[in-house]
Design a protein around this ligand. Structure first.
Ligand code: NAG
Ligand code: NAG
Ligand code: NAG
Ligand code: NAG
Ligand code: NAG
Ligand code: NAG
Ligand code: NAG
Ligand code: NAG
Ligand code: NAG
Ligand code: NAG
Ligand code: NAG
Length: 862
């Protein structure tokens, strides 16, 4: 896709270097951008934050600034990652901590439902409330930066190991999840991290796979939810392990400089995934701001790090301009001040745990690897508050009722004899924390494995909660926990009024292999003999109810068609209240309102894209996302494949009608593209404070006694001859486009956090009514799909949803807005979002295939 001359000319006016990426593979977007855009402030609180950050950073020496950018090393300090500190000003190190469903590696924390469950709620308010609760737990432990939420993987491939940590393969739904989670977390004074940026879609080869992607797919699919995170004011973005179009993500001038910092106007900082940094100079110029966990570095490096002292040296030898390091520090501190202001500048709690001692231990080393400073490192601060109730509510409401034969199997009506079948209903031997990082597959599955989960305070197994409930009805319960003993399962199920069969499928991060599954799943069938178990029970009991705890879709065609399988529920990864939540749903105390956030195919090939499990070139594996925008339901539509259960599908205990669709264009907002950003250039790069380039100012003070393996910011030059670079300029070479700090052009699609603010203008208001035709209250989840027109767009794309409580027999009016972004396509040549003149349509549905209302969209006055 060559750049148009007009586009190049526009940008050339401002002296910004849009370089053709000579190394990019054929067909890759040729865009990269240097220098790395500097943070400037802006709306949504960034101006005030930058004012504070500049004042703080202006007071720092070069080595103090470098200290903020570089982690002290893996397992050297108390958190999963710690930056250096500024002792002179009493500024303690920043504490960074996993995970995505819990505060990892501590105790007295909660374990929340996974991101994929949040997507299944289709509820902005529940997403927000989980974000707030999680934010409060991280903050309560003294953590500054929580390492979540996840929009990458987005879910290109259904077997992707970490899809459950994210939300949904639909970018709009994931974008809402990101926006609400970031907003919720940051309201508690903790910086959120949008990760893994970007195209980290599988665990196999994640460290070096080179992903080829086209510019349109990047914008319309993978970048979309990150734009929402940036618009929500996310403090940090974590670059991923993989390469994109030839360059590592953490030094990729297209994804970091061009897309994130210019087009999306990201004002926070970019941190590396743990070990995802591969260079000193290229990463700094390519847009990285914080190196995590800090140690590592090139073989034989005297610094033991790519940054730390090496970054200091690179500034002093004129390779990296001082303003770039000032910008790194300012971005980090601006995020810090911004989030502090949101939460009312409450005092910053001390770090009161250690990730590296077992959770039940109190006294241990502050510096774990050095085994130094033995003291009370874990104060066991209880941060759970009343989050258990929220977790139970979300877990119940995210449960998707896929099948309910004749609408009458569920809710249960006091069955007298109940069979509970399957290991997935039971407690794991040794308890829920028997295996660190959840790396055993035993007992009920309430979360996946890897760095996302944390220790459970408790885990209510389904059998425990169901037996309690059954006892209240004087019902008899028979259990068959062994998945491989089909005779026992059948014996338990025979004659039961209802046979509840629990089954699961796990996945996680690629550093763990369970049953041959290295992060990514090897298949889409159930684990642990689950399918055979379900079939065995269904062959002897004509009221078999299947409950699934899975990380994503499994092949269910046989169960959907089976006459004796009267109900199927997908409960996802519900967290610590699993058993209570599923009991609430089964007995009708909570009406299920979950909707499937992905397609349920009959075959793995129905999804179009699959995991690349092996590569002919394992040292340099590559992958081409040739399916483009066609993933999940977009691909099924494209290939005319019928799903077993579609995206958006989910039953409840009543029926809803949708009526009276109205579509109102908003006049006065009718330009095909948003107006140019109000500022079309930035100011020149700024330095904050002065660099003292003497050796003494940049070496550790003679009296300084360091912790042995720590990464420090100081020069390590024992050589007596003064290197000549100490006299050279530290302002950067204006002839080198990578270090030229002149004013920079703002891209036409940019201008404010999340992109051009005009993208978020409402262009249509859509109204309709929902009627509850049943006899019980329920929550409808109307979904708005848009057809953007022509042959190159999916049949429909999700562009609105709501969770609407409607009482039995009542009617509720719903309004949804469509923004300019919602009806635009990415125009590669114009490098902008454009509303095409193709006829567009809007659909209101119960799922992506169950459409109740439709209308053409009247043309906007363009
Ligand atoms: C990737 O696939 C696209 C579409 O098939 C093709 O145009 C391009 O040349 C491919 N790139 C590489 C590096 O294989
Ligand atoms: C700068 O540092 C000095 C101590 O060296 C301190 O008194 C002053 O408050 C600091 N200023 C800012 C803006 O942090
Ligand atoms: C950098 O951080 C380390 C670790 O917190 C600290 O010991 C050291 O004094 C800091 N260096 C400077 C120059 O402030
Ligand atoms: C400057 O120092 C950095 C870090 O040691 C090194 O990678 C780079 O090659 C040096 N550049 C020059 C021009 O000396
Ligand atoms: C901590 O837990 C481990 C594993 O359950 C146990 O072996 C150990 O005795 C406990 N230690 C303390 C101090 O309670
Ligand atoms: C259960 O049985 C007890 C004792 O037989 C009886 O008192 C109680 O009413 C029964 N409860 C229900 C819900 O049937
Ligand atoms: C799929 O993988 C799971 C987990 O490893 C395994 O239990 C199951 O047997 C596999 N299914 C097939 C059809 O091989
Ligand atoms: C359904 O269950 C009944 C027992 O209630 C059994 O006789 C029948 O064969 C089952 N049907 C199928 C298709 O397995
Ligand atoms: C199951 O079979 C029994 C006995 O034939 C019948 O009474 C009952 O209605 C059936 N249940 C369902 C859910 O079909
Ligand atoms: C149904 O909703 C209505 C209106 O919100 C409420 O008054 C009523 O109590 C609800 N009924 C039940 C059974 O929850
Ligand atoms: C206000 C209005 O137009 N109401 C209509 C909504 O749709 C139902 C069913 O089609 C009609 O009966 C109402 O008159």
């Amino acid at each position: 896709m060559p750049l148009t001359t007009a586009f190049v000319a526009t940008l050339a006016i401002f002296g910004t270097a849009i370089l053709t990426n000579a190394d990019a593979p054929a067909g890759a977007p040729p865009l990269s951008l240097f220098p790395s855009p500097w943070g400037q402030g802006g709306d949504y609180g960034w101006d005030a934050a930058y004012a504070q950050a500049r004042a703080f950073v202006s007071n720092l020496t070069l080595v103090e600034k470098v200290n903020l950018t570089t982690g002290t090393g893996w397992e050297f300090d108390r958190c999963i990652g710690n930056t250096g500190s500024v002792p002179r000003l009493g500024f303690r190190s920043l504490c960074l901590q996993d995970g995505t469903v819990a505060v990892r590696y501590t105790d007295k924390n909660s374990v929340f439902p996974a991101g994929i469950n949040m997507a299944a709620t289709f509820s902005r308010s529940l997403m927000r409330r989980r974000g707030e609760a999680m934010g409060a737990e991280f903050r309560g432990k003294g953590i500054d930066i929580a390492l979540g939420p996840v929009a990458g993987p987005l879910g290109r491939v259904p077997a992707g190991g970490r899809n459950w940590e994210g939300f949904s393969p639909d970018p709009y739904l994931t974008g809402v999840g990101m926006f609400e989670t970031v907003t919720g977390m940051q309201s508690q004074g903790v910086m959120a991290t949008a990760k893994h940026y970007i195209l980290n879609e599988q665990e196999h080869y994640r460290n070096n796979v080179d992903v080829t992607i086209d510019d349109r797919t990047m914008h319309e699919l993978y970048l979309w939810p990150f734009a929402d995170a940036v618009r929500a004011g996310v403090g940090s973005v974590m670059c991923s392990y993989n390469k994109i179009n030839g360059n590592y993500s953490c030094e990729n001038s297209w994804t970091l400089n061009y897309l994130l910092k210019n087009e999306l106007n990201f004002q926070g900082f970019v941190m590396s995934d743990w070990g995802a940094q591969h260079s000193t100079v290229e990463s700094a110029l390519g847009g990285l701001d914080m190196a995590m966990p800090g140690d590592g570095g090139p073989r034989g490096s005297i610094y033991g790090a790519y940054w730390g002292g090496a970054l200091t040296e690179s500034v002093l030898n004129g390779t990296i301009p001082a303003w770039r390091v000032d910008d790194m520090a300012a971005r980090i501190m601006a995020s810090y001040y911004k989030v502090a202001a949101i939460s009312g500048n409450k005092p910053r709690p001390d770090i009161n745990f250690s990730a590296w001692v077992p959770p039940n231990v109190t006294v241990g080393p502050v510096y774990y690897r050095a085994n130094a400073s033995i003291e009370e490192v874990n104060l066991h601060v209880d941060v759970q508050a009343d989050h258990g109730a929220l977790i139970r509510e979300i877990a119940a409401k995210s449960t998707v009722l896929l099948k309910n034969k004749q609408d009458k199997t569920l809710p249960l009506r006091k069955p007298a004899r109940i069979a509970i079948v399957g290991d997935d209903a039971q407690d794991a031997p040794g308890g829920p924390n028997a295996c660190v990082d959840n790396k055993c597959y035993k007992g009920t599955l309430a979360t996946g494995y890897g760095s996302g989960p944390g220790n459970f305070p408790y885990l209510v197994a389904p059998a425990t909660a169901l037996k309690k409930r059954a006892a209240a009805d004087n019902a008899t319960v028979v259990e068959a926990p062994n998945n491989w003993d089909l005779d026992a399962a059948q014996k338990a199920a025979e004659g039961a009024d209802v046979a509840l069969v629990f089954a699961s499928a796990d996945a996680g991060e690629g550093y763990i292999t369970i049953d041959g599954n290295t992060g990514d799943r090897n298949n889409l069938t159930l684990w642990g003999n689950g399918d055979a178990l379900i079939k065995a029970v269904a062959s002897v009991n004509n009221n078999t109810v299947v409950v699934l705890h899975t990380v994503g879709p499994v092949i269910l065609d046989y169960a959907a068609a089976h006459e004796n399988i009267t109900a199927i529920l997908w409960a996802g990864l519900p967290g610590q209240e699993s058993g209570n939540a599923i009991t609430d749903v089964l007995y009708g105390d909570v009406a299920p309102q979950g909707r499937s956030p992905f397609m349920w195919g009959a075959n793995i090939s129905d999804y179009g894209a699959e995991i690349m499990y092996t590569s002919p070139t394992p040292q340099a594996p590559s992958q081409n996302f040739t399916e483009g925008i066609y993933i999940d339901y977009r691909y099924f539509q494209h290939a005319h494949t019928k799903a077993v259960y579609p995206f958006g599908h989910g039953l409840t205990y009543t029926r809803f009608d949708f009526e009276n669709l109205t579509v109102h264009p908003f006049h006065g907002e009718g330009a095909a593209t948003a107006a140019a950003p109000s500022k079309t250039t930035t100011r020149p790069a700024q330095t904050y404070g002065v660099v003292n380039s003497s050796i003494e100012a940049n070496e550790a003070p003679a009296a300084f006694k360091g912790i042995k393996p720590f990464v420090y910011p100081w020069l390590l030059h024992t050589n007596s001859s003064l290197p000549k670079w100490l006299n050279s300029s530290t302002t950067g070479d204006n002839r080198d486009p990578r270090t030229n700090g002149s004013a920079q052009a703002v891209l036409p699609a940019g201008g404010a956090p999340g992109g051009n603010p005009g993208l978020y203008d409402t262009v249509y208001a859509i109204g309709f009514d929902i009627r509850n035709r049943g006899t019980v209250n329920g929550t409808a989840v109307p979904q708005l799909y848009v057809q953007l027109g022509g042959h190159d767009n999916p049949w429909g794309v999700l562009r609105g949803f709501d969770d609407v409580a409607v009482a039995a027999g009542e009617r509720v009016h719903v309004e949804m807005n469509l923004t300019r972004r919602d009806i635009s396509n990415w125009d590669t040549e114009k490098q902008n979002w454009v509303i095409t003149d193709l006829q567009k349509y809007v659909f209101i549905g119960r799922s992506v295939v169950d459409i109740a209302l439709n209308s053409s969209l009247p043309a906007l006055k363009l």
